[in-house]
Design a protein around this ligand. Sequence first.
Ligand SMILES: [Zn+2]
Length: 232
Amino acid sequence: MADELLQRLQRFREQTFPGIRTRFQDLVREGQHPTILFIGCSDSRLVPYMLTGTGPGELFIVRNVGAFVPPHDGSAGYHGTAAAIEFAVLNLNVAHIVVCGHSHCGGIRALYDGAPAQATNLAAWLELGREAVLPVQVSPEALRRTEQRAVVLQLERLMDYPMVRERVEANRLSLHGWHYVIEEGEVHVFDVRRGGFIPASQSEHSGTGPHLPIEDAMGALFNEIDDAFAPR
Ligand SMILES: [Zn+2]
């Protein structure tokens, strides 16, 4: 049987690399200077480079199930995501942090359906999205709202990282909450002023932008969502 993965590696070296050799050599000589930390779900249908039109050297990426941010205090144990956030902010001085969830997220779905019994790490990890869960019957609308609430929760948790909060408050770093609707090719961006998610095609900015009273807006979003699902 042909080793397809090996063929792909060989094809990259022979066909793709020659066209971008100079770019990579520059990045080695000058080092990397990405301006965006992209925290995205691991879902294979979320392709950060395609969404943002970026290439090598432009995105510092960390991905995990659900695009979650662990608490800064280390109470959740070893966390590659927490380490990546500290490195991106303190060493790379990124100007933007994007938290990108998406439609049809298996991680969010699992908050309602549970994880397989053996998946003890997964079950523990999912707790980072627990607060986003709505006390309603699961439905496509409830899942979409939960996906969006989960993004906002992670932005909130990012603000607990001292180096993030300092830079946001000094207008040196902006946070962006995104919800990517796979089937529509549309990113909905979290708008602090309007307290909700706005399709990028109708938005005037790519996220919360410079420092704004982020907690107030999140409170507003949560109230709006809770109202929408309140029993009548
Ligand atoms: Zn996902």
